[in-house]
Each structure stands twice: as C-alpha cells, then as structure tokens.
Design a protein around this ligand. Sequence first.
Ligand SMILES: [Fe+2]
Length: 265
Amino acid sequence: MGLFTLPTVALFILLTLSLAFVHEGIPTTLDGPFKPVTVPLDKSFRGNAVDLPETDPRVKRIVKGFKPEQISVSLSGTHDSVWISWITGEFQIGDNIEPLDPKTVSGVVVYGRYGFPMTNRSTGNNSLVYNQLYQFEGLKNYTSGIIHHVRLAGLIPNTLYQYQCGDPSIPAMSRVSYFKTMPVSGPKSYPSRVAVVGDLGLTYNTTSTVDHLLANRPDLLLLVGDVSYADLYLTNGTGSDCYSCSFPHTPIQETYQPRWDYWGR
Ligand SMILES: [Fe+2]
C-alpha cells in the first residue's frame, strides 16, 4: 500500500494516508460540479456472491489473549474528535457460554501527531459485551469479546495521527495504526473525496469492492449498512443464500453471530 500498513478494518473510517496512495486522475468535488458518472458492472467478474468461509485468513482471529482486534476509527461529532473501537478476548458460541467481564480489560488509546511521540492518552469506561440468547432448545447462544469504544478529542484538523489501543497493564496493546482528521467544516473546507457504500457483506466480491474503494483514495467512507449478513445462517454455522428457502421450519429467524466478528477483521 505504500508508506504504512493499515488494518483492514480501518475502512470504517476517515480513510487516511492520502500521501500513500497513487493519484489516479479522478477529479475531486472541489473541481466540480460534474454530471454523475455511472460505471457499468463488470458482469464477467460478478457472479453469485459467496461468503468467505471461517477458515479464510481474512476472517480468522490472528491475535492472542487480550490483544486488540477488529480495530476501527469512526468519525465523531466534530472535526477535532474520533472514536477508536476494538474487541478484546474471544467470542463464544454454544450451549454453555460464560460472558467475559468487561471490567477485566481496560480501554486505553495512546496517540500523537505522526512523527511525534504518542504522549496523548484517552481512556474509555463504557466497555460492554454483546449477547445473543435464544429461548429455543438446540439453538446455540453467543457472547462477544469485550467491545471497547474510546473517544479522542482536541485533535488538530486535517492532520495525520498515529495511535495504539489496548490495555497497557496486561500488557496487550495493538500495533501502531494511523488516521487523518477531517478538515474544519466550512463552505470551502470539507473532505473532497467521500466514498459511500452499503451491503458490503463478507464475500469474495467484498474484497474487490474494498480494493476499489482504497484505489480511489477517499478521505471519508460512509458505510450505510448491511455488513455481515449473519441472518443467512443457522446458529450452528450452516448458511444459505436464501434462509426461508433452505430453513423453512426454524422456530425463529436464527443468526450466526460470529459473522460479525469476521467482518471486523
Ligand atoms: Fe443488504
């Protein structure tokens, strides 16, 4: 990718690192206005969308213990703040699951401007665990890893930052990642390259979509929804393109919640 390595999940984001991408000659909104351009779908490439299996390296858990994973950066309310989110610990799915205690792992982000020491520190106290419990015999229950959200504030607009997240007392910190803050909002000051995407799924085509997004160097990505399609699965992990066709007699619409964890990787 160039200068830096970003976690795949950084796609949520403030897509960063405009310096690291090659300019491909696509004009920005500042050069406009233009008539909208529609690019035809490459039908030779897109067939039936097939979900990545849990064995695919793109969705496998690669961290150990309580090291952070599924790290993402999201836009906050103002140009001088962002949210850093991540998961620690493993999900469980089965008949006898024991939710993790969110208080056992703290949420800390250390950060600083790119090229300077990471002397800033923010902490979160709103960690939580998500549970999906079914009231029907035979259906498997799910409990997530610990979900952390930490808000950074007082950031300089339009500036590249580096950060690490995790719990330094374990120690279990992430590698160094990067984000660029938004410009100050104004009539002539706004992110000039905004990508909008929805229904991403977790298929082989998703990788192609994400590659295209990155190649177009967006400053900001707006993800409008539908990301994991966990509702096309039974709780035992059996999936189908058409839930109602394949599983007409389930007592309730089942889901396979680990698909959410796969997506964040
Ligand atoms: Fe959808």
